[in-house]
Design a protein around this ligand. Sequence first.
Ligand SMILES: Cc1ncc(COP(=O)(O)O)c(C=O)c1O
Length: 381
Amino acid sequence: MEFIDLKQQYERLKPGIHERINQVLEQGKFIMGPEVVELEKNLAAFVGAQHCVSCANGTDALLLSLMAHNVGPGDAIFTTPFTFIATAEVVCLLGATPVFVDIDPKTYNIDPEKLELTVAEIEQGIVHARGGKQGLKPKGIIPVDLFGLPADYDAINQIARQHGLLVLEDAAQSLGGSYKGKRVGNLADIAATSFFPAKPLGGYGDGGAIFTNDEVVANSLRSLREHGKGSHKYDNVRIGINGRLDTLQAAILLAKLEVFESEIKMRQDVAGRYSSALKEIVQIPFVPDGLASAWAQYSVVTDHREAYLHTLKEKDIPTAIYYPRPLHLQTAFAQLGYQKGDFPVAERLSERIFSLPMHPYLTAQDQEKIVAAFENTQVGI
Ligand SMILES: Cc1ncc(COP(=O)(O)O)c(C=O)c1O
């Protein structure tokens, strides 16, 4: 059993993927070929956003989005400490400061009430024991749709409007999810996603995309991903990066996008089967009314993590821990001055959470084996 089984998907899509790859090889347009344009058009239509700008990976998608909004030194960017490092790393790369906000204990996404308090503190120049944040100007929020579940965008967008902040949706894990009838990627000012192979829509290498309804922003993103180009390659009007999506990855993603909708449905079925079987044993994922997760991960929470991980390992069932250490306790962010105890919800979750195999092709039979391993675990009281 695989944690994420890409081989079964490949078997299903083989002819289409090969045909797409062969077309690129025949045509030889490996950089910014027609497949890149076609993918952007199809993705924008899928998400319901006016513009899609593809790029080299999800980290660049976040970075370019912040660059397009001139984020820099002195700016505070509010985000969750319970995420992959890329979310906050890009903030530091631009000389801005990540300001962490604890998460909601049910959804594991940024807690809007705590967000509002923290924004007000920064606005008023209140400096806490946690973090060195004097003199920062609130600039934006990066909510992360953790494990595929959209964050609380109604509340977050309202806070952003009140304080004049940018909202950048980190949709690296959530493409295919939805929030009150709107697709992920179209829930905030701008959204960044990833096509890392293990993501719900994954390529065969790195890839990413940005969604926006703002044409000016879309144009500056197109320039920024190609070294800040102006009217042509050797007209450079701003400092940018080499952040393009390869034509080959675009071709592969085009083939995969054709079945993406059906795969999301299959993921919902897998998650549904897990939830009904495990709900009395561990804390299962909570999905608020009106929201749909893309189920990048299926994660459970328990006081008996070690015991369950032990049995699952004995049965050759792969698992993973996302995330064993929240970002505010990572060495890379030591200069921000956070300490253990600053974000108790995230810290406690990191000690109790783990993820089970999750992909569209996981069979009910394999899931029964996983559930049996839970049932056969002896846990202390
Ligand atoms: C929440 C989150 N943000 C950003 C990224 C960065 O994406 P990539 O690995 O494509 O750079 C990832 C994935 O790896 C992620 O999970």
